[in-house]
Design a protein around this ligand. Structure first.
Ligand SMILES: *Cc1c(COP(=O)(O)O)cnc(C)c1O
Length: 218
């Protein structure tokens, strides 16, 4: 199967309100160009340097999403162009994003990464930490960041019940926060990858991040 037909097949199988982020990490610019020529404009990368390099080489109407862990000292490299950062896990990181966004005269959209999986290794905050962050005075002073929603990853398992339960808990939490935060635009729930995006959509995902089902195994 070609990249173009993989994208077409994926798009025809997901509802129109769900955004497809094509995760192109480790893949060459030629592969991204193929997806671009098939109409795909939203791409996800997990490394700052790789994303910045690809941004330089590819058409400027691509929306670049950072989906991997972000260190504060690297924010400056993506601040001029990043469209959405999915991996916010601290106020300190938001503070730096706010600073760099201001320098670039932009408002940068961000998602808070929530830890919902059983694995220890996955990044993100728990529900209480997210509550604390959303309620903090400091957040309100960040004029150049916009918290647009939440991101989460389910446990890597064959057990679909576990995946359903984890995505459902995040989805319920998202709806609750959406009701509380009436002033800002809070409308993105990023959940679902190649192996579990169908379940994620059933549980209310509005944005899926799919790599290997489009570009092949890494
Ligand atoms: C790599 C990655 C994906 C895509 O994974 P696939 O299984 O290849 O679809 C999605 N989200 C994050 C955070 C990733 O790091």
């Amino acid at each position: 199967m070609s990249i173009a037909s993989n994208i077409q097949q994926l798009k025809s199988g997901i509802p129109a309100h769900v955004t497809l982020v094509a995760v192109s990490k480790t893949k060459p610019v030629e592969a991204i160009r193929e997806a671009y020529d098939a109409g795909q404009r939203v791409f996800g990368e997990n490394k700052v340097q790789e994303m910045a390099d690809k941004y330089e080489q590819l058409p400027k109407d691509i929306e670049w999403h950072l989906i991997g862990h972000l260190q504060t000292n690297k924010v400056k490299y993506i601040a001029p162009f990043v469209h959405l950062i999915h991996s916010i896990d601290s106020v300190k990181l938001l503070q730096e994003i706010n600073k760099q966004a201001k320098k670039n005269d932009r408002v940068i959209d961000c998602l808070l990464q929530v830890h919902i999986a059983k694995e220890e290794t996955k990044f993100g905050m728990d529900f209480e930490e997210v509550n604390a962050l959303l309620g903090s005075e400091e957040l309100r002073s960040f004029e150049n960041v916009s918290i647009r929603g939440l991101m989460g990853m389910a446990t890597f398992t064959e057990d679909e019940t576990t995946i359903h339960n984890e995505f459902r808990s995040l989805s319920q939490f998202f709806k609750q926060k959406k009701n509380e935060i009436r002033t800002a635009q809070f409308d993105i729930l990023s959940m679902g990858m190649s192996g579990d995006y169908r379940i994620a959509i059933e549980e209310g995902s509005t944005m899926i991040r799919v790599g290997s089902s489009i570009f092949g195994a890494r």
